[in-house]
Design a protein around this ligand. Structure first.
Ligand code: KG4
Ligand code: ZN
Length: 344
């Protein structure tokens, strides 16, 4: 018999809920994105995000249950993101999940948002192929708006951080550069699109390595180089080719992300690399990682686009594997805004 988990995600600017069977098969997936609201302000406004979550969460969960055609009594557990993320938004999801778990008598599981992103690699749609997809161990690049890590996934609930950013997250760099060239928020998808019309070799932005760690990242240098380039051009009264800036910046970031991840996989004897987090939606990153991994005889896996950015299905998947390990949260579960990978 299948185990059904309801996953709830509210850590940033998506209110999302999903029912997943056995950690892999997506039965329903409802995402309400607040992007149009925050676009007015050029980025996520935490107080507004909290309010939007309050307004939408009940509808989103109700729809996820209706789409799944399941009764509450069919659920084995409710999984909810309790960190990392914005404290107000996290609390909306956590309080709702606790209330439901208590009222319906269903076990509660707290999920780490970043581990959720990694588990997006296990998901497939109802009616899709019943294949198992990727399975641990593998090396995973997690790149989102707030995080950039290379994580060795030793098992479904066991993670070892191999590399990390020393300053900005990759997604943050995309967002800041997008703002500087006038593309607006959220920057990643817009840079991705504009870069297709530009020349990635037009401008030689730095590929930064940090200290003596071959797997760590630093993106503030690339971001500053872009800003300096734009300022320099403005002072000289030169016209800037935005598509070339987007393409050259993107290429510099992706060269570093892909090379460090593939190198980490080789050095740790991993036969598979995978992608996770919002930046995993980037078309060039997906192509480049695949090419460079396969060149070294390493297989490549990435989640479908819809599961790269924030969603409830990845939380249900991570919750399932935690549940199978016997982990349960109680009604004292609280939001932990700076929760670390692997922390329990
Ligand atoms: O995982 P996510 O939805 O939220 C966080 O947990 O942070 O990631 C959002 C980040 C944003 O910085 C966004 O600009 C970036 O992912 N992103 C992309 C693309 N789609 C989203 N970055 C590059 N290329 C994309 N296609
Ligand atoms: Zn995320």
């Amino acid at each position: 018999m299948s185990r059904y988990i309801l996953g709830i995600e509210t850590s940033c600017d998506e209110t999302a809920a999903s029912v997943v069977a056995d950690g892999r098969k997506v039965i329903s997936n409802v995402i309400y994105t607040q992007i149009p609201t925050h676009t007015l302000y050029g980025g996520v406004v935490p107080e507004i995000a909290s309010r939007e979550h309050v307004l939408k969460i009940n509808q989103v969960i109700k729809k996820a249950m209706e789409d799944a055609k399941l009764d509450w009594s069919d659920l084995d557990a409710i999984a909810v993101t309790y960190g990392p993320g914005l404290v107000g938004p996290l609390l909306i999801g956590v309080s709702t999940a606790k209330a439901l778990a208590y009222a319906k008598g269903i076990p509660l599981v707290g999920v780490n948002h970043i581990e959720g992103h990694i588990c997006a690699n296990y998901l497939y749609e109802r009616g899709g192929q019943d294949e198992v997809g990727v399975a641990p161990p593998y090396m995973c690049l997690v790149a989102s708006g707030g995080h950039s890590h290379i994580v060795r996934v030793d098992d479904f609930t066991k993670y070892t951080i191999i590399g990390r950013t020393h300053d900005d997250a990759a997604g943050e760099a995309f967002d800041k550069v997008a703002r500087a060239i006038g593309l607006g928020y959220p920057g990643g998808p817009k840079v991705d699109k504009l870069a297709r019309e530009g020349n990635p070799d037009a401008i030689d932005f730095p590929r930064a390595s940090v200290g003596d760690s071959p797997y760590d990242f630093s993106f503030s240098g690339i971001k500053s180089a872009v800003l300096n380039y734009l300022n320099g051009a403005e002072m000289k009264g030169e016209e800037v080719n935005k598509a070339d800036v987007a393409a050259s910046f993107q290429q510099a970031v992706i060269d570093v992300l892909a090379d460090h991840t593939v190198q980490a996989a080789i050095d740790h004897g991993m036969k598979t690399v995978a992608l996770a987090g919002g930046v995993a939606a980037n078309s060039l990153l997906r192509e480049t990682m695949k090419e460079r991994a396969e060149l070294k005889g390493i297989s490549f896996h990435c989640p479908e686009l819809i599961y790269c950015t924030d969603n409830g299905a990845m939380i249900a998947s991570a919750g399932y594997f935690e549940y199978e390990e016997g982990r349960r949260a109680d009604l004292y579960l609280n939001a932990v805004p700076n929760l670390k990978i692997g922390e329990r």
